[in-house]
Design a protein around this ligand. Structure first.
Ligand SMILES: Nc1nc2c(ncn2[C@@H]2O[C@H](COP(=O)(O)OP(=O)(O)OP(=O)(O)O)[C@@H](O)[C@H]2O)c(=O)[nH]1
Length: 333
């Protein structure tokens, strides 16, 4: 009788374990909407009132979600980047695998800003998909729209219905209205949904079929089930996504502007930005001017390094955290 051990188990016996796969989430939104509060609440369970504004941080954090150990890398982006940091914003977007797009229900401007940021996400992720390999299929990038500060009822400027509608219009995978201050459960459900949608889409890259999703029905049902029906609204991929897929295929075949013009202003913007790989360098500035709600986004400086370095958490403990900082007052992280 012979016993054989696989190379993997031999390595494990010697104490060598494969590097865990991390889940890279970026939290973005206008300054003051509560991005740092959300991330810190998720990691420490505490609500801390004030944070250093405009300091970009990457948190490495591991915890159990859906009975699985998940290694998070959470990038808390600067809400009001300096001009020189715009290219950094785009390289951060290219680094991330899922997004939490945040506004405050007490601030109409922050709500409008989500439109522009989602446009930037689409633009940067589309380029990556086209320049990598079409063989891999079209990777869906989950974006969860979050309206924060729901506890400030008297100051509310954006209704729940408007948030829900905007989530559909700009093609987010689901919508949550939360109060970081009041509820840790709501905070957790945001990260859990981001992870669930990412998991389903990364397992089934060609998730978006013409009439919806073709992933395993059980997996989808789990991913799409709202965690808290009172506060979360989950939805399937939108018609916009399907249109984009058709455009991308057309763009890859050398057809520019192949998709039709049905839909609102958002859709037409999104449509015309596809199939632009060839003339991208020359028209980048034009694109950025359009992506900006006030047409004042500065021209793109030299290409930034990519991806942004992150702090990694060592594996052993079941709940560990480390914090990396970058910004004007930190040189390493
Ligand atoms: N009432 C209330 N205040 C909140 C909530 N979440 C965050 N805040 C407050 O909103 C302010 C801004 O929060 P931050 O987390 O610093 O916002 P930010 O988006 O990270 O801001 P930048 O770092 O400048 O981009 C702070 O005073 C927080 O205490 C909430 O759910 N309810």
């Amino acid at each position: 009788m012979s016993t054989s051990t696989s190379p993997k188990s031999s390595l494990a016996k010697l104490g060598f374990y494969p590097k865990p796969k991390t889940f890279k989430v970026m939290v973005l939104g206008q300054a003051g909407v509560g991005k740092s509060a959300l991330v810190v609440r998720f990691i420490t369970r505490r609500f801390i009132g004030e944070y250093d504004p405009n300091l970009e941080k990457v948190y490495a954090f591991q915890t159990i979600i859906d009975n699985e150990m998940v290694y998070f890398e959470v990038l808390d982006s600067a809400g009001d980047p300096h001009e020189s940091e715009y290219s950094n914003l785009e390289s951060n977007i290219r680094w991330a695998e899922a997004f939490i797009l945040m506004y405050s229900v007490t601030d109409q401007c922050s709500f409008d800003e989500c439109h522009r940021l989602k446009f930037l996400i689409n633009y940067n992720k589309r380029r990556r998909r086209l320049t990598s390999s079409m063989k891999e299929g079209i990777l869906e990038v989950p974006v969860v729209l979050v309206g924060n500060k729901a506890d400030l009822a008297g100051d509310r400027m954006v209704s729940t219905e408007e948030g829900h509608r905007r989530s559909k219009d700009i093609g987010c995978v689901c919508f949550h209205e939360i109060s970081v201050r009041e509820s840790i459960e709501q905070v957790w459900s945001v990260f859990r949904d981001a992870r669930r949608f990412w998991r389903v889409s990364s397992k089934s890259p060609r998730l978006r079929a013409a009439d919806g999703c073709d992933a395993h029905p059980a997996a989808l049902a789990r991913a799409l089930a709202p965690a808290d029906p009172k506060h979360s609204f989950c939805r399937r991929w939108t018609e916009i996504d399907v249109d984009e897929e058709q455009e991308e295929l057309a763009g890859a075949a050398g057809v520019v502007g192949a998709a039709g013009g049905a839909g609102g202003a958002w859709r037409s913007d999104s449509t015309s930005s596809s199939g632009r790989e060839g003339d991208e360098a020359g028209e980048g500035d034009t694109f950025r001017a359009r992506a900006s709600t006030d047409s004042r986004l500065p021209p793109r400086p030299a290409r930034a390094r990519h991806p942004p370095p992150t702090a990694r958490a060592p594996a052993p403990a079941s709940r560990r955290m480390s914090v990396a900082m970058r910004g004007n007052n930190a040189s390493t992280y």
